[in-house]
Design a protein around this ligand. Sequence first.
Ligand SMILES: [Zn+2]
Length: 417
Amino acid sequence: MKIITPHFIYLRDRISTNLSIAFDKTIKKIAPFDELIELYPDAEVTTLRENSLLMPGLINAHVHIEFSANKTELSYGDFMTWLYSVIENREDLINNCGLDCMSKAIDSMLESGITTFGAISSHGMDLDACANAKQNVIYFNELIGSQATMADALFTDFLSRLDASKSIKREGFFPAVAIHSPYSVHPILIKKALEIVKSENLKLTAHFMESIAERNWLDDSSGDFHDFFQNLLKQNKNVCDSHEFLEYFNNNQTLLTHVTNATGNELNTIADNKHTVIHCPISNRLLGNPTLNIKELNEKNIRWIVATDGLSSNYKLDLFEEMKVSLFMHSNAPLLEFAKALLDGVTINAAEALGINAGEIAEGKNADMIVLDLDAEPTKELPIHLILHRYNISKVYINGKLEKNKTLKLNLKETKK
Ligand SMILES: [Zn+2]
């Protein structure tokens, strides 16, 4: 057993002082130190510096580890231009990102306080890096392919990747399924994959309504995807529309990424089926896609969470940066309330959407916790300050294990006070 005494604890409903936490893999008890040490006299005790804040570890539900090599190779500003640049550079990007490159991306997430991530795996090349990650991983094996003639071969490949991920037996690693998108996956494949999802109770995710091109193609097989599919796949019609696509996911809570071009009707279906929307503001901005209409999601009671997407459409994998960008993009949202909602979107709401027992500092939850070095006592505007100031993250615990320990130099001096 371990006991940690931070100066402040970020609880769901308040910021506490004078409380300590007893934990092993999970949080056992939150109480004053004297009470805990009496219960657990042999516990290893850590007392943190003045103005330290302990909060839940952050959860990044959508990232593409395999595409971590990109820095300046891909073209930004317009979705289709970006997509063509991905196709053109695909081989290089994949070949230039070996285990080192992927592990570096994963470690950078640990540095920025991310204790769980959802990896969208297109090829299974990131399996070793994710298996060896210190974080909890929801490993989404992605299914893609719009041609019926290729369905069997593509499904066999998908199954072998899924099986490989199931062979990873370690705490905090969860095989799961991703359907790439409504425009790129044939219904035959979707139906087959969903049978497995249901029978094995796996987590499920999909990209949905990211671009105007997707909107037009799904509505009437027109727009920029017309030439794209005609030239690359000799396909001149969509394989399903958005209504049919969403219908496959009815009664199967799904994490839908982007949703920046959805209609009111589609959002109603998303609300009725309790799906979650994943908001990736930096990716949307860089690829020329609209800003997610969070006000409308709130009105329809749709849960939304925040993620970074991959380095193929971002410059870092840092949820504090992501929240900050979203805070400024949604300039009409009430500041404090929205900052709090963003923090919920990388902690408790993300945990609930992914079905993991984390995302909040509470008894019984997994001990996924981070320690931030604030420089003053928190005010009621703490959520805003957390997003603006990118405080030093001095400790990261995952399932109770200390995975990062980077104490600021001034700590020693300050703790003597
Ligand atoms: Zn994505």
